[in-house]
Design a protein. Structure first.
Length: 328
């Protein structure tokens, strides 16, 4: 059960799902998620079934909760793993569904609703937090990340980059200015200056990534840079993005889903952190650079912030130097 997870959270959850499936290879593993990640997780090789809980939409409120509990009760699940980092509702839902074994961390005192729990550890990486829960179910695992794009997505990206004149012999750097929370964003003008200097000082090729909703802002950043980066915002789905990041030499991004996808496909990142903790949510694995100047209020995990001093303390010069070192 992980109904709060965004795309990046699902990438980080995969080692735990893999550990469960390897420990119980004949099990039927159903994953309760929000609608946003259903399509992504349908490709996950360790999941047998997706159950969507739209707790902010059609399943919202007490009526939706009761109906979902009844739906799960009919399935007679043997074990529920509460992967959501702090949700009491997830633990209560498993109890209401009559699942006899319910395991998870004791965050928010929800251990009272579980049959087995462990003390919550906030300041370890999310991958490790998930794996601590699987150990309660007897499943040990390692933290290697995975992503599930294939040859079709790779062919699409190779063809797209060729059509757009990208030289395969020159370094290719992806820049993702976008993230879910306004408090985690850097300034558009700084991204524009960074792109200009990436091309002028380091001679690298730059692609701007993002969703279709990000296209207008991506075009504004590209125009401000006067460096003509290749804008791919809105031109890749999540699996094509994985294929793109796989062939990039580096990704520059705030805390975001593309950061975790890049880590999963083996691409180093320069990650800009502010209101969230890189100990918990930083790029997982080796070869990444985290830029973080936490003020006393950080990590606050606030979606909005008036001054964003933590993000704005990161300078263009600092990012450029980190890129220079990462590219060797």
């Amino acid at each position: 059960m992980q109904t709060g997870g965004w795309i990046g959270d699902m990438v980080l959850l995969t080692p735990a799902l893999r550990a469960l499936k390897r420990r119980y290879p004949r099990s039927h593993l159903a994953l309760l998620v929000n609608p946003l990640v259903e399509r992504l997780m349908m490709r996950n090789p360790y999941v047998d079934e997706m159950i969507v809980y739209d707790k902010r939409g059609k399943d919202r409120g007490l009526k939706g909760f009761i109906e979902m509990a009844a739906r799960l009760r009919k399935r007679r699940f043997d074990l529920a793993l509460i992967f959501h980092p702090n949700s009491v509702r997830s633990a209560l839902l498993a109890l209401a569904a009559g699942v006899p074994e319910r395991v998870g961390s004791n965050a928010s005192m929800r251990g009272l609703l579980l049959t087995r729990s462990i003390p919550d550890e906030k300041w370890i990486h999310e991958v490790e937090r998930y794996l601590r829960v699987t150990r309660l179910a007897g499943a040990e695992g390692e933290g290697r990340l995975e992503f599930w794009h294939g040859e079709e997505e790779r062919r699409y990206i190779r063809r797209l980059l060729k059509e757009e004149g990208i030289d395969p012999g020159k370094p290719l750097v992806a820049v993702n200015p976008f993230t879910t929370w306004p408090s985690k964003r850097w300034e558009a003008g700084r991204f524009a200056e960074l792109i200009r200097r990436l091309k002028a000082d380091l001679g690298v090729q730059v692609v701007l990534t993002g969703s279709e909703e990000d296209l207008e802002e991506a075009e504004r950043i590209a125009s401000l840079s006067r460096a003509h980066p290749l804008i791919l915002a809105g031109r890749t789905d999540v699996f094509q993005l994985g294929a793109l990041l796989e062939i990039c030499d580096l990704l520059i991004t705030p805390d975001s889903a593309p950061m975790h996808i890049a880590a999963a496909v083996g691409t180093p990142t320069v990650a800009l952190f502010g209101p969230t903790s890189p100990l918990r949510h930083g790029p997982y694995g080796e070869g990444h650079t985290v830029l973080h100047h936490p003020p006393p209020c950080s990590p606050c995990y606030n979606t909005y912030c008036r001054d964003r001093k933590c993000m704005l303390s990161i300078t263009v010069d600092e990012v450029l130097e980190a890129v220079r070192r990462a590219l060797g």
